[in-house]
Design a protein around this ligand. Structure first.
Ligand code: 4AZ
Length: 500
């Protein structure tokens, strides 16, 4: 920065070579302007420059011929002192940071309040109180079943209770959504739905409890005056504006129309479609862990295209950049166990009729064997073919795990984190390039993400159905990673999510 103020009372130019004048000057740490500050620091002999030159190296000479080495030494001392101060400041910052975040810095643990007690994420909301003040079991909320019934965990009775609609409002709904990992911006609605006969106990709001934390206001009760429990939607998900035409390739499928599978995205590396994915929020995409392993683990190499059916058309746009990739920590390359990953976009998607999220399945949702599901993607249209230019889809049926594990199908290779879908007669299936993309079903007029395309032996061969990641098993992991607090911990440490 240049200065336009009048001549300073003292100026030392360390880049100069003083030629011939040695005069008294103040020491480095002396007050530069006695007019404003008083100092008792004595003057010290020094060399003043008479000619402004550029920097030079070599000894600093005075007119007498003796070198001005003390001046150079002083410069070095000043620089070293400055460096020392900077180092001390950085060290002090790190000490402060480590003390503040002792749980994070140890091994991605989460601290119980400010107690200093640290727990792994798996011990939060597991029904066992580990924190001294029970914080690990005190903000446990979930959405249960196809009607998104809000449930709160009671550490006292160690069970989940539906929340009674009495005195509930949207502000409470937003708090619960935030605690699950959703942004308040996506909040959709809270509404009362008639209680099921199976509900015997409820969580009720104590409205006279004053302005305290939502969870402190909740108490368990055997009655709910309105007879309604809270159905909570944290995001408007699972809507498709186009009906599925079942008659209408994938292998053996049909060409999709815009808006039919609005959660489907194409994931590109270097301008080429590599995998599919599913939109679950404005910023989060679910895909397969095997899509993002090894050389593909760098988020900056990916581009995400949403709301476009045609691959050529995608290349006309820029796509969305990826900020972060979180692969399931228990993903196993060989068995494809836990084949799921999350991509966080740098900029949020704008939802339209053709770009929308799919719903993550809630606990308590039953998908029946033989349930009709749909797969979509730009994968090969036949085994060994190249990826398709247009988005295709096909209907497939869920296949019971025990059946899929039979000796003549996949012989015990189907783990609980997997789900089989397709036809044992062959002919219709996902294929290379469909990986990471959605397996969805429609229930209660909502589209649910049942699985992510994972693997299979060949494509559409008899007794070799497609194998998909079992999303119901992964939703807890997905929600935890969407929670800002928990994710920040992992980003800071650059460690994988230990949650399994
Ligand atoms: C793949 O390599 C792939 N037939 C995807 C699905 C199936 C096989 C392979 C299932 O992307």
């Amino acid at each position: 920065m240049t200065s336009t103020v009048s001549q300073p009372p003292y100026y030392e130019n360390h880049g100069f070579q003083p030629e011939n004048v040695c005069s008294a000057r103040q020491p480095v740490n002396a007050n530069p302007d006695p007019k404003y500050f008083s100092t008792n620091a004595p003057s010290a002999p020094s060399c003043d420059p008479t000619v402004a030159t550029h920097q030079s190296s070599g000894p600093v000479a005075c007119s007498s011929g003796r070198t001005c080495a003390p001046n150079v030494k002083k410069t070095i001392v000043i620089i070293l002192s400055i460096l020392l101060v900077i180092c001390c400041a950085i060290t002090a910052y790190f000490i402060w940071y480590f003390v503040q975040n002792r749980c994070v810095t140890s091994s991605s643990l989460i601290e119980c309040g400010s107690s200093g007690v640290c727990l792994p994420p798996s011990q939060w909301c597991d029904g066992v109180i580990h924190c001294p003040n029970g914080e690990d079991e005190s903000r446990c909320v979930r959405l249960f079943g196809p009607n998104f019934i809000l449930e709160v965990y009671s550490p006292v009775s160690k069970s989940w209770y539906p929340v009674c609609q009495d005195d509930w409002n949207d502000n409470y709904g937003k708090i619960a959504c935030k605690d699950m990992g959703y942004s308040v911006d996506t909040y959709y609605y809270s509404r009362g739905v008639a209680t099921e006969v199976s509900f015997k106990s409820f969580m009720k709001l104590n409205t006279s409890a004053g302005n305290i934390d939502l969870y402190k206001k909740l108490y368990s009760s055997n009655s709910c005056a309105s007879g309604n429990v809270v159905s909570l939607r944290c995001i408007e998900c699972g809507l498709s504006t186009k009906n599925v035409n079942i008659m209408n390739r994938i292998v053996g499928g049909s060409g999709a129309v815009l808006g039919q599978w609005p959660w489907q995205v194409s994931l590109h590396v270097q301008g080429t479609h590599v995998c599919g994915g599913s939109i679950i929020t404005h910023q989060w995409i679910v895909t397969a862990a095997h899509c993002v392993e090894g050389q593909f683990s760098d988020p900056y190499s990916w581009r995400v295209y949403a709301g476009i059916l045609n691959q050529h058309e995608m290349l006309l746009g820029n796509g969305h950049r990826v900020q972060q990739i979180i692969s399931h920590p228990a993903y196993d390359t060989d068995s494809k166990d836990n084949d799921v990953a999350l991509m966080k976009l740098e900029t949020p998607l704008r939802f339209t009729d053709t770009v929308r999220p799919v719903c993550l399945p809630n606990p308590g949702m039953m998908f029946q064997p033989n349930q009709q599901c749909w797969i979509s993607g730009w994968g090969a249209e036949y085994q060994g073919g190249k990826t398709s230019n247009n988005l295709n889809y096909a209907m497939v049926s869920l296949i019971e795990r025990s059946r899929c594990n039979s000796i003549y199908i996949y012989n015990d290779m189907i783990l609980p984190t997997m789900i089989c879908a397709g036809y044992l007669r062959g002919g219709i299936d996902s294929c290379q390039g469909d990986s990471g993309g959605p397996l969805v079903t429609n229930k209660n007029s909502v589209w649910w993400l049942v699985g992510d395309t994972s693997w299979g032996t060949g494509c559409a061969s008899p007794n070799r159905p497609g194998v998909y990641g079992n999303m119901t098993v992964f939703t807890d992991w997905i929600y935890k990673n969407m929670q800002v607090k928990y994710r920040l911990f992992l980003i800071i440490l650059n460690v994988p999510n230990p949650e399994t």
